[in-house]
Design a binder for this molecule. Sequence first.
Ligand SMILES: Cc1ncc(COP(=O)(O)O)c(C=O)c1O
Ligand SMILES: C[C@H](O)[C@H](N)C(=O)O
Length: 351
Amino acid sequence: MNNCTTTERRNQFASDNYAGICPEAWQAMEEANRGYACSYGDDTWTERACRLLRDTFETDCEVFFVFNGTAANSLALASLCQSYHSIICHETSHIETDECGAAEFFSNGTKILLVPGPHGKVDPDAVEHTVKRRLDIHYPKPKVLSITQATELGTLYSVDELRELGHLARRLDLRVHMDGARFANAVAALGVHPSEITWKAGVDVLCFGGTKNGMAVGEAVVFFNRELAREFDYRCKQAGQLASKMRFLAAPWIGMLESGAWLTRSAHANACAAKLEARLRDIPGVGIRFPRQANSVFADLPPGVVDALHGLGWHFYTFIGSGGARFMCSWETSDQDIDLLATDIAGCCNR
Ligand SMILES: Cc1ncc(COP(=O)(O)O)c(C=O)c1O
Ligand SMILES: C[C@H](O)[C@H](N)C(=O)O
């Protein structure tokens, strides 16, 4: 008999997309749900949300709303290159591991080239080597560098690291895509202005995640290089990503941006991950696999503990990156959730 607690669990740690809709997003949806509004993005909510994002980034960026992160990433990437090009990304990138070949599909075959790097972040030297290793006609010419901020492994690129990558990309004639499914967590954790880790560092397009930030659905594709946004609306339409009731994708962005919840809710998730990390570090036999810099903790657990925790009803992934158990916190994670999980992990480790 193990001494793990067995109680009904309200929240899980598999993903921040397990969480519900945060109050600010929900209220904005309710406010938008009044009467008729123009469809396909011609409504006032969409116009206001786009304006708020331009204000947030302090630049005249082009903004489009799509349903999910895979669509945002793959359609944005397809806009940055041709099928005979290649996209360079980290070997643990979501576009490589968890989007079912969407980027290759929507770009009509652009090849993804993987590079290593510490803690889920691309190594600039590996990027340069991948570009320069072959210059002949037979090699798919590298055209895009894709980075994820916060990374799939819960780490962050610093402002300086992003600036270095931006300079490198310019020197190598690469366009820069940022998978920002957890961009809000990065901004909250770094405490910087969002422009500092995007267009000022050389990012051409950001896929800004709303879903994991607390919205029901919806990601913003933010083109800082407006020329690359040409006809992106047609690309969205063809891919089934042009919402007819666009106001309900856009309105939550208004709620989150106007209230500041995009930052406060992600800061909460980050703080929860820090609390969980502290609890796990006190459990003998548990290792922390990567620096915890955003809203997830990657833990190495003793043999049998993963199965024991799953047996207690805990949901968490072990397939992200190079292994380990990923515990992801969200805007909705509570101290009680953290205590329940940590107590069960300790109990299962002490069997
Ligand atoms: C880093 C990262 N990028 C992109 C996505 C894709 O998002 P979606 O599952 O909405 O397609 C995810 C999913 O959670 C993710 O973790
Ligand atoms: C991995 C899974 O596809 C999802 N992107 C998540 O982070 O939970």
